[in-house]
Design a protein around this ligand. Sequence first.
Ligand code: BGC
Length: 729
Amino acid sequence: MYCRKLITAVSIAAAGLSAAALTDVEIDELLSRMTLVEKVGQMVQVSSGGKSAAEAEDGSGRKIDAVLAGQIRNGEIGSLLGACGVKNFNAFQKIAVEESRLGIPLMVGHDMIHGVFTQLPIPLALSCAWDEELWCKGGELIARETPLKGANWTFTPMVDISRDPRWGRIAESAGQDALVASRMSAALVRGIQTKDVAHPIAACLKHFVGYGAAMSGRDYNEVEMSESTLRNVYLPPFAAGIDAGALTVMPAFHTFNGVPCSVNKWLLSDILRGELGFKGMTISDYNAVGECAWPDHHGVADGDESVSAMAVAAGMDQDMMGESYMKTLASAVKKGLVSEKAVDGCVRNILRVKNALGLIEKPYIDEAAAKAGVDWKADAALAREAAARSAVLLKNNGALPLKPGLKVALVGPGADDLWHTVGCWATWAENTSNPTLVDGLKADGVDFKYVKAYGFRGGKVDVAAIQSAAANADVVVACFGEQGREAGENNSRMDLSLPKVQLDAIDAIKATGKPFVAVLMNGRPLAIPELAEAADAILEAWNPGTSGGWGIADVLTGRINPSGRLTTEFPYATGQCPLYYNKTRTGRPHKDGERWTTRYIDGPYGALYPFGYGLTYTTFEYSDEKVVVDGDKLVFTAKIRNTGLREGVETVQAYTRQLVAVESRPVRELRGWKRVALAPGEESVVAIEVPLANLDYWAASRKVAASGEFEAWIAPDSTKGKKLGFSIR
Ligand code: BGC
């Protein structure tokens, strides 16, 4: 009960993340009273499910694991993995706060990747909205709903730059661009760590760093990366999240320069804390510390004791779901493999985060207060809006929006499957209504008949069912893609093309001669040249979440004009991957038809659908494009006119390219964007300001000020726009 006694002695300014209950001096005083066992305990995270069949009553009639309860009582556990329900959370917390010697509260973490009860679209989808306000609202939704599942910490956002769609975790990312990912990182952290809730929760930036560059797109695989690429591309989203106040960071599984990130002092101490100024706590990935030691794993230490010492010395504060710290850290300290001072540093970081989270004053979850903060209808409405705004219209020759009164034949897998609709990492999908596309079309009053007719993989197409459905319809709307859980962790693919059964379905639908609208639901870009050729319209709906059926129907029917833009590129073929717009230049830049320029002999050079691309149901015209240097900023302007018949939103994008630099620089880099809503015939001058300092870049460990001649574009995507120029002297 040490903490609670102490608290009565200090005056607490206010509750919430910024209101520290203990001063740093008091935290150090608490630390000085801890035994080595208690210190190590703070550095251990185990499953909230416990390990033993032996159970004890928690006082509210529920059962909790007796062994785990004992460990918490002894001060041997600092946090739990897995939301455990409010009653269990409070029961565990009671043991920690009221029965352990020092009364230090627990943190309970869970992967609320794109929602809790309400699931938003997967993060990759959400990134395609290019909207910081929406991202922040998404984070706030996670903050409101997380405590109701019995957790106060989410392992979100994942801010790994993802240039390779073979890597299944691209679904959890903001795509391939450092600026988009940085802004989404900061917005999500602001939202997740909002103070405007009954129980603030902690965010976790992961996976530090370079995990998205897993070679061959194979999860957990090695990463080879230059220091320039690390600093220019992969670090900025972490820097942005740290600046936004992220309380925790999770180092990645892989090796960086031969040293696993989990024990990499250069990354965890010099860069993360030294350069990026991170002051919170680090938590390992699942058993990642232990995996450094075992000879058939990373094998950079000869046992748990030495790996514990290495990890602590590197700057790993808490060990998730491994037993290295729990079983060996105390003996490693006693043997002098690592100093107790280093252990103190880790514990101090953990105590500071618990303190900043408000847990010292308010360790328990007040279920009624948390519930009062959630409006299920409002969260469902936000998820619906997010689903519609994340969808990207890839092709349209006029088949969309569906005209009122049309008879629709809806075919394909996933159209009536909730788990497919919500996608990866959705542990729950429990808002009051969770519509599939079938429900969404019903709600929007569409006259349709659904026959599944084919599956995702394997089996045969029921051609007769497609023919008869199409015979009675004016248009065929067909779903393609991946099963909901085919993306996400350790779901790497070696082939991004549609499985044969889906290709056969394309042929069968085309053969009906009816207008053909394709709806893609998937967690990553796919190689879909056949669909791009055959379909009259393609809407990339991603895994749109628990209101996804409504949101996608809203776009199909034209209730909402699509405005999503790709944050990742769609290849023609898997062999093009990794594929990203901001590639470094080459001495042999691609020129169609020229033999000795960079190319493939068996397919196109560029993307099928490039970064930044997306159509709407109206059209926009750009004119008077300009870029000027104005003091310490760059100002892009263009006149944008809505030349179509509907109100719509254009996402105007600003790109630059430095002509001569210390190191070869990317062909184009996104510098900013602005979304502008215009009525038919309306025009507006859009201005995008970019601080000149944002053009500075890293050449290995040297920061170089941008100077000299530049090309620039203000454009609707990364391949278009009139070439402009400017210079920085
Ligand atoms: C994943 C992390 C996740 C952790 C806890 C790991 O396997 O890589 O992203 O936060 O599990 O669920």
